[in-house]
Design a protein around this ligand. Structure first.
Ligand SMILES: [Zn+2]
Length: 433
């Protein structure tokens, strides 16, 4: 067999469950996220090799078997015993926005409450103001800088939400920018319409009318292929359970997959609603009830946890990853929540370290949460998120020999090489090509 690229002598985390576990052979028939303790099965191959042809994975196995089968490649890469994983997937970001909010840090450190910062024109409203004032070109340039950081950090697919326009014109502008970004650089961008992210000041008198205005955008957005998912910020003082149900049911009817910012601060029942509606994911979940988490797990709804946000906000409690995995048997994914307010970082590797130290997740669970399960959380689990024949060739070679090292040695970039759709796009941790 002649292939385009052959990576040899890697320690492969294929993220394809070995089949010997509880899932059994049935897991091969219907691809699904890894749930509960099965998240620790990372499909490990010692001294492995991966062959890539026409942007897809053509062969996976042990290096000596690759020799025996006579696989020849146009480009050969010796991983030298280093870790090889699928490209990382960041399934929750607010990528497209304008401005930054570092001036709020001094206020936060001085103990000024968030609501007071908001009253002074800060918080999300300052980002809305900056985003409304920004051109498509300016939004694009700012997002391109972030996407390059993400790619150099091993992220090959990212979800991007709108939600800083809060009016038809600017919400659509954010979504158009997100779509165009896919053509300008290698990271695949999955768009989510988050029109109901907050109630803008001009709509305070009638939030339901604002919600209806956002619902009226669902059909045009879907028809124009501007977003695959719809999402709402369900929270005390933002949108209620009833409003969230109304919006998400309309979104489902319009053909969207649905997601929900659920139970971040108050246990409103967002997790229960996600289960009821068959949401693809429910995100945050710090305050979610155990019944809600259990219902989500049973409904196959992925729990997307965002430990960077709770850590950066100085939260006293965090999402209960151990309950989700050990007791509820849920599929957990991890994301940056990259945004200019509550979590200004593009580093999914930092989030992985926090997942160990704050959420008490194991390195294997963490790797599953940023590859296989994150891919399912953005509706792409059948195409990306694992190293298997036929899947898209999105790969990372790390300056590490095992997943534990990535999590243990925190705050630095461990990426050596990134391959996107079969093409080497990062070398020595830097963008090439
Ligand atoms: Zn968010």
């Amino acid at each position: 067999m002649h292939v385009d690229l052959l990576i040899r002598h890697g320690q492969l985390a294929t993220m394809e469950p070995s089949g010997g576990g509880e899932a059994g052979a049935a897991s091969e028939a219907t691809p699904a996220p890894s749930r509960g303790r099965a998240m620790r099965d990372i499909g490990w191959v010692e001294d492995g090799a991966v062959a890539v042809k026409d942007g897809r994975i053509a062969w996976v196995g042990q290096s000596d078997a690759a020799n025996r089968e006579g696989i020849e490649a146009s480009v050969e890469m010796d991983a030298g015993g280093r870790l090889v994983t699928p490209g990382l997937v960041d399934p929750h970001t607010h990528l497209v926005h304008a401005g930054s909010r570092e001036y709020e840090l001094a206020l936060k450190l001085a103990g000024v409450p968030y609501l007071e910062i908001l009253r002074r024109g800060g918080g999300i409203l300052s980002t809305v103001k900056a985003t409304r004032a920004a051109s498509e070109e300016a939004l694009t340039q700012q997002a391109l800088v972030s996407l390059r950081r993400m790619l150099e950090g091993g992220v090959t697919t990212v979800e991007a939400k709108s939600g800083y326009g809060l009016n038809a014109e600017v919400e659509l502008r954010q979504l158009r920018v997100a779509k165009a970004l896919a053509e300008l650089q290698p990271v695949e961008v999955v768009s989510t319409f988050l029109g109901p992210h907050a109630v803008p000041p001009e709509a305070k008198a009638d939030p339901d009318a604002f919600l209806s205005e956002m619902m009226a955008l669902l059909h045009p957005i879907h028809t124009d292929g501007l977003a695959e998912f719809a999402d709402i910020f369900c929270e005390d003082g933002v949108f209620s359970i009833e409003q969230s149900r109304r919006f998400l049911m309309a979104a489902k009817q319009a053909g969207f997959g649905v997601k929900i910012h659920a139970d971040e601060m108050e246990p409103l029942g967002g997790a229960e609603l996600a289960a009821e509606l068959g949401a693809v994911s429910a995100d945050h979940l710090l305050a979610a009830s155990r019944t809600g988490l259990q219902a989500m797990a049973e409904a196959g709804c992925i729990a997307v946890l965002l430990p960077g946000t709770s850590w950066n906000l100085g939260a006293k409690t965090h999402a209960d990853a151990r309950y989700l995995i050990d007791e509820a048997g849920a599929a957990v994914a991890l994301a940056t929540d990259y945004n200019p307010g509550s979590c200004p970082t593009e580093s999914l590797q930092l989030i992985m370290a926090l997942a160990a130290n704050v959420l008490r997740m194991t390195p294997e669970e963490i790797l599953t949460a940023v590859t296989r399960n994150a891919a399912f959380a953005v509706g792409r689990g059948e195409r990306i998120g694992s190293i298997a024949v036929g899947k898209q060739a999105d790969l990372c070679v790390w300056n590490a020999r095992n997943p534990a090292y990535l999590v243990y040695h925190f705050g630095v970039n461990h990426v050596d090489t990134v391959v996107k759709r079969g093409t080497v796009v990062v070398q020595d941790g830097r963008r090439v090509g």
